[in-house]
Design a protein around this ligand. Sequence first.
Ligand code: NAD
Length: 323
Amino acid sequence: MAKILVTGAAGFIGYHASRRLLEQGHEVVGLDNMNLYYDVSLKEGRLAELRPFPGFRFVKASLEDAEAVDLAVEGMDAVIHLAAQAGVRYSLENPRVYVQSNVVGFLNILESCRAHPVKHLVYASSSSVYGGNKKMPFSTEDRVDHPVSLYAATKKSNELMAHVYSHLFDLPTTGLRFFTVYGPWGRPDMAPTLFTQAILEGKPIKVFNNGDMRRDFTYVGDIVSGIVSVLDRPPVREGENAPYRLFNIGNSEPVQLLRFIEILEHAIGREAEKVLLPMQPGDVPATFSDTSDLERLTGFRPLTSLEEGIPQFVEWYRRYYAI
Ligand code: NAD
């Protein structure tokens, strides 16, 4: 069984990834600074679920603290780096925190992995790196150098920085571009939670780009299956090619936002009052993942349709918020 550092373990995806690894019998060190981007009690709730596992240890530290990151990485077999300042819209008003957490923080992770070599560094990138890419589905072969938000630019920077460390120091790295993730314990700043909350409280929901937006919504359990599937398959150097790799993880079935809302209304049993609004700066009209290269390597396939995943989210939401 392996010793794995999961950064962002109190976060949405980090919690689910940690849990899956603990259930498989691995030792997990979770690192998170419990930042105030959203309700900390939700992060504490996730940690409360992880603490009973004897293989779990939590370190409260910031990625910007190079010494703390170093201590956490030392002795690890692998690192799953999920801590980041997420969110596209927030990056318009708070640009500095993105560079601090996502660029400086990522540099600290890379430096620590260089000082204490791990077998594999797996890190979160994002579908946002595709920007306004018109070619569907999005493939990791596509040219992506036109980010339309600072968040996307920091994620693209991570891919570039990872390449340097793979190339210069033979650090095996796999970047995973996640596509809009939803599910139990989901982030309160994302549409599924915002919509569910508003519908249950009888308040209107804001539907951007008049609902004419397609998103490749992906169930968190499938994201975690993708992460776990690559973990023990680090890339190897092949001649001039560094041990560096990128994959998409998505549902490969984009749906119109209005269809998403319909499924949500059905799961909640109430109709939403929709306020149609124009496109927000930094947003993109569509996302659509091509995951065939990941499937070839690991057999990964997303298993959860929106019709199955949304009711699971709604059930968790009602239980957690007692509504
Ligand atoms: P999240 O905000 O729920 O989790 C991130 C966690 O990292 C939080 O608990 C936060 O406290 C922690 N964190 C943030 N900055 C930190 C810092 N400087 N030092 C230490 N801890 C810090 O977000 P999530 O949805 O679980 O996202 C996980 C990763 O996946 C992120 O890298 C995100 O950019 C990426 N991602 C998420 C989605 C999605 O739809 N949720 C899509 C694409 C990519």
